[in-house]
Design a protein around this ligand. Structure first.
Ligand code: GDP
Length: 303
């Protein structure tokens, strides 16, 4: 499946609900106060959050100016507004311009899709001909290591893990050394998503970050916060909690295929003030894409 098909297919539920709903509303009705109100409701149910109110404000102004004469005008206006809110996206990693292993520390609450995202990233880099190393630094949960091991085996990617309950930062150190020794291009590190206290989790992640920086210059080069795109406002609250403690540098928003609320990506982008780097569109290794705002909006509004 090519990228466009993956994106188009993955956004089907959001497109049907949001764009389908919008078209139905606009084709059968005059663009009057009532229609505009219904439209606002639709934006909220697509999880556009505060962006919805702003968008409608701007739309009403345009409408009063007489700049929107038909349904197509409205649609084009909505697309532009959404692109404005999304802004730029950092895109895929540019580690070719980089000496030594490029290190990505992957963080997020359990169940957000961390492990799957690491597997998908590993697969992408491997396909691009790069040497990948995975590290299972969630040493608190045996199941987490187990799950990453299964992926590593399935994708034939080397994995550093501890036997028994090792120390996460010690393991991160070993992984960084190993990445250097092997001449790996990319080191992808899984971390714990929950410890018994948030302070404990934070301290652990800080320690891992310090250790990595000591082994490899500038590491970690990205702290990728993974969040579940289906859980809406809840995901944002969780991510904020995380963000207040760990300095994430970009986002991966997962499970956009499983939801009609794909608009959440826009709210997430806006409320967390962190750029979305990747989007998850399924459970298979190929179902991860660098987030490209124009393609995203195009696929969302495609016929
Ligand atoms: P972790 O606990 O954060 O490591 O989360 P996992 O990687 O184990 O993912 C939790 C569940 O979400 C698993 O069942 C994954 O298959 C599923 N998942 C992860 N990413 C996606 C995605 O982009 N789309 C869908 N549909 N499911 C996903």
């Amino acid at each position: 499946m090519n990228m466009w098909d993956g994106l188009f297919g993955g956004l089907t539920r959001t497109r049907d609900h949001f764009v389908g709903g919008l078209r139905k509303l606009l084709s059968g009705n005059q663009l009057d106060a009532e229609t505009l109100e219904a439209m606002e409701g639709l934006l909220y149910t697509a999880d556009l959050g505060p962006a919805a109110r702003k968008l409608m404000e701007n739309l009403r102004v345009e409408h009063r100016r007489g700049a929107l004469s038909n349904a197509d005008d409205v649609e084009v206006f909505v697309q532009k507004q959404l692109l404005d809110v999304i802004g730029e996206a950092p895109g895929d990693y540019q580690h070719d311009q980089h000496d030594g292993p490029f290190v990505v520390l992957v963080v997020g609450v359990n169940g957000s899709g961390k492990t799957t995202t690491i597997a998908k990233l590993g697969q992408r880099h491997k396909e691009a001909g790069q040497k990948v190393l995975l590290a299972a630094c969630d040493t608190f949960r045996a199941a987490a290591t187990e799950q990453l091991s299964i992926w590593a085996e399935r994708l034939s990617l080397p994995l550093i893990k501890s036997e028994g309950s090792g120390d996460p930062s010690g393991l991160a150190y070993d992984a960084a050394q190993e990445a250097k020794n092997q001449g790996a291009d990319v080191l992808l590190i899984d971390t714990a998503g929950r410890l018994h206290t948030a302070d404990h989790l934070m301290a652990e992640l800080e320690k891992i970050t310090r250790v990595l920086g000591r082994c490899i210059e500038g590491a970690p080069h990205d702290v990728l916060l993974v969040i579940d795109g289906t859980t809406g406002q809840n995901a944002i609250t969780q991510a904020r909690e995380f963000q207040s403690r760990v300095a994430a540098t970009s986002l991966a928003v997962t499970k956009l295929d499983g939801t009609a609320r794909g608009g959440a990506i826009i709210t997430i982008r806006q409320q967390l003030n962190l750029p979305v780097r990747f989007i998850g569109l399924g459970e298979q290794p190929q179902d991860l894409q660098p987030f490209a705002p124009h393609s995203f909006i195009e696929a969302l509004f495609a016929e």
